[in-house]
Design a protein around this ligand. Structure first.
Ligand code: GMT
Length: 373
């Protein structure tokens, strides 16, 4: 098939999922056009001959200085141009806002079939807001296929949007060859402790990262020789650093910034910690599980579809830092449990989220969409 995949190029989950899918489809022999405004994160270190990168032209004008270049139109023009020139079978948009609207316009111009995958805040934060909802509902109604990344998201979309589509649930794909158990030299990351917890995020307020620092401070009272490794960058990173200073645990916490490869870091963690207020799936949870690292996260959104409580990790009630602390201590007390949970986590990823299996499910979905036209 000839498929145009559109995504954000940043380290955010929707861009990673879209690019991982593009890579798997390219490996299977499909002809992929990846359309974005910059080189997607995973393609900075990987290229495949079946993937063509098409960049959206960001054409600004002084009159737009307060609103930014009208990206919806610029992307729409690019999508229409690529669909026609490359004779695409399908345009597949990742993250409904704003390029879901661009693809809808490209469909009006060229008649190219359009599928949209909703990822998270495009639905639960922005899409439900009346400022966006009427347009997004109209787009969902008038494109050809709609999918999302968890049963939780499917329920949200059925409840909060008016549209006429069956929504396909397709979990995040994980590259199990990249995310796996390996020997890690802690000193490579200036990590001085044998036992470490890790948090990976873009430090947006939805990730609630300061809560992790607070809970970790309770653990340090019992296990002073334990580290917390914070990976990523974003608005609340500094708040976490200030909090670590205030709680007098700054020496226990390292801030690693954005890393191209996080497999070694997952591998030196007793568990991955999340405190997100909402999470449609939780890509980093599955990446850590693939590295045989247990995961501890709140019982919100799609997280209970990823973590099997007491099997490959723990879920706790959002905001309950006593329980989060208790689970961390339980794992520090029982290394055998860490190994057992890790093995079961890897098994779940291999069975349910392995990237080539997920890509095959996407292909089945594409065929169904095209067959129904
Ligand atoms: O929706 C977002 O907040 C952004 C999006 C992204 O681009 O980072 O993340 C979402 O999509 C990921 C891939 O499907 C999911 O694994 C994340 O759970 C989800 N984030 C949220 O729902 C907060």
């Amino acid at each position: 098939m000839k498929i145009g995949i559109n995504c954000f190029p940043t380290v955010g989950g929707s861009g990673i999922v879209a690019t991982q899918l593009a890579i798997e489809l390219a490996k299977e022999g499909h002809d992929i056009h990846l359309i974005s405004y910059d080189t997607p994160f995973l393609l900075r270190t990987y290229r495949h001959p079946n993937i063509t990168l098409d960049l959206v032209d960001i054409l600004s004008y002084p009159l737009f200085k307060d609103i930014g270049a009208p990206y919806t139109i610029l992307a729409g023009s690019k999508l229409a141009k690529i669909a026609e020139k490359s004779d695409l079978d399908l345009l597949h948009i990742h993250y409904a806002i704003p390029t879901g609207v661009s693809a809808y316009l490209a469909k009006q111009i060229t008649n190219v079939p359009v599928a949209i995958t909703a990822h998270g805040s495009d639905i639960h934060t922005l899409g439900v807001d009346p400022a966006y909802n009427p347009v997004i509902s109209h787009v969902f109604d008038n494109i050809d296929g709609l999918s999302t990344v968890s049963e939780y998201m499917k329920r949200e979309m059925e409840e909060k949007f008016s549209h006429n589509k069956d929504i396909e649930v397709l979990y995040n794909p994980i590259d199990i060859e990249k995310y796996k158990r390996i020997e890690t030299k802690l000193c490579d990351f200036r990590i001085q402790y044998e036992n470490n917890f890790v948090h990976v995020s873009n430090f947006r307020p939805v990730k609630n990262a300061p809560f992790i620092v607070e809970s970790f401070a309770e653990v340090v009272k019992e296990y002073p020789d334990t580290g917390l490794i914070m990976v990523g960058e974003g608005p609340e990173r500094k708040k976490c650093e200030d909090l670590a200073n205030k709680l007098d645990i700054r020496d226990n916490v390292t801030f690693q910034g954005v890393r191209v490869s996080i497999t070694p870091i997952y591998n030196c963690a007793t568990a991955l910690l999340s405190a997100s207020n909402n999470e449609s799936f939780g890509l980093t949870l599955a990446e850590a599980m693939s590295c045989e690292t247990p995961v501890i996260a709140p019982k919100v959104g799609g997280i209970p579809e990823v973590i099997d409580h007491e099997v490959n990790g723990y879920v706790y009630d959002l905001g309950d830092n006593e329980t989060l602390t208790r689970y961390m201590l339980e794992l520090l007390d029982d290394p055998q449990k860490v190994r057992q949970m890790g093995t079961k986590g890897r098994q779940k990823v291999v069975d349910k989220f392995e990237s080539s299996k997920i890509a095959d499910r996407y292909v089945n979905w594409y065929e169904k969409i095209l067959g129904d036209l």
